[in-house]
Design a protein around this ligand. Structure first.
Ligand SMILES: Nc1ncnc2c1ncn2[C@@H]1O[C@H](COP(=O)(O)OP(=O)(O)OP(=O)(O)O)[C@@H](O)[C@H]1O
Length: 338
């Protein structure tokens, strides 16, 4: 595994909370999240739907509507504070320092604009490539993301391309200005399995060229095992565990991490022994962030479910952080392992 030195910190998120206006009040979707990304590092954020993964990512990109949401804490990207930046200040960072690849390229691309123009538009917002170089850069980018016949594709509309090709275009747009940080939110979920591996390889390829940091958001722990250096596990808006990928897969600690790992089907799994995590992620209004919220949905852990836990995760071994104390006693009722 490559070693990444500490002075290479690219993104430093500290006590980041994002709340959304729901009904008459603001409810936290993520609460006091601390996460760092170094140059050259692939950080995976995993957790079920509703854990807050995308909310964290879109906070870094400044994509939340300031009228409907509030962000507190600090997000420093390449030495610059993002929290509090709006409008033009934020557009300068978005696409320049950080580029985002979305799950659904068809929704993220403009259906009425040719591919080449969409890439050009991203370059026009920033001054990384002067205008006279932009047409060449479009072709170079489409080539780099493995699109055959780039001159032709530059003149096509999104609906004329396959899902895999559209995702390649999204990646070309995300990296058009050589961002230091690439955020990929479920980049392969909508694609065929055969295309998934190619797209992941492509993300790693563009990351290596620039020694960029990558935040990969995914449900797919198989993908995480393959490409992540570090894994952050999120549940109900909080981090519950963080460690190197190797450590997390070999020594998972938090009951939620162990439950997620146990619920991955393998070649030997039959439908009878596939583990199903009981219950579901709570609604925002029910999230009491001073608790270890996962315990509330584990019937046999109710004795600890209402216990207030330390806000910060504890370092249980070097660079391995876990929330609460329940991991010390947690077992599956059938004695199963994860
Ligand atoms: N704009 C919004 N307004 C209100 N609530 C929101 C908004 N965006 C997200 N939420 C809520 O915040 C919580 C976290 O959502 P988020 O999409 O970040 O989770 P996620 O872990 O990324 O899930 P998924 O994998 O489904 O994308 C959810 O309860 C969601 O309903």
């Amino acid at each position: 595994m490559k070693s990444i030195s500490d002075d290479q910190t690219l993104l430093k998120a500290k006590e980041v909370s994002v709340s959304f206006r729901i009904g008459g009040e603001f409810l936290d979707a993520i609460y006091h999240v601390d996460l760092d990304v170094k140059r050259g590092e692939v950080l995976a954020i995993v957790g079920e739907s509703g854990s807050g993964k995308s909310t964290f990512a879109t906070a870094i990109m400044g994509l939340h509507n300031p009228k409907q949401s509030r962000i507190t804490g600090s997000i420093v990207l390449d030495g610059e504070e993002i929290v509090g930046k709006v409008g033009d200040q934020m557009s300068k960072i978005r696409g320049n320092k950080a580029g985002m690849i979305f799950q659904d390229p068809l929704a993220a691309l403009n259906p009425l604009m040719k591919i080449g123009l969409q890439i050009k538009e991203m370059m026009a917002v920033h001054d990384v490539y002067p205008e006279k170089e932009q047409n060449d850069r479009i072709i170079q980018l489409l080539n780099q993301v493995g699109i055959p016949n780039p001159e032709r594709v530059a003149n096509q509309f999104p609906h004329e391309l396959s899902g895999g090709m559209r995702q390649r275009v999204m990646i070309a747009i995300a990296i058009a200005n050589d961002p230091d940080l690439i955020i990929a939110d479920e980049p392969t979920t909508a694609l065929d399995v055969t295309i998934q591996a190619q797209i992941l390889d492509l993300i790693l390829d563009v990351q290596k060229r620039k020694n960029a940091g990558v935040i990969l958001i995914t449900h797919d722990l198989g993908v995480v095992a393959e490409i992540a250096d570090t894994v952050a596990v999120m549940y109900a808006g909080q981090l519950v565990e963080k460690a190197s990928a190797q450590e997390l897969f070999t020594h998972p600690k938090h009951p939620y991490t162990r439950s997620l790992l146990r619920s991955i089907p393998s070649a030997e799994t039959t439908s009878d022994d596939l583990y199903v995590i009981p219950g579901r992620v709570p609604a925002l209004i029910d999230m009491e962030h001073d608790k270890d919220l996962f315990l509330q949905r584990v019937p046999w852990m109710q004795n600890l479910a209402d216990k207030v836990v330390a806000e910060k995760m504890a370092e249980v071994s070097p660079d391995h952080f876990v929330r609460g104390e329940a991991w010390k006693t947690f077992e599956f009722p059938d004695g199963g392992e994860a």
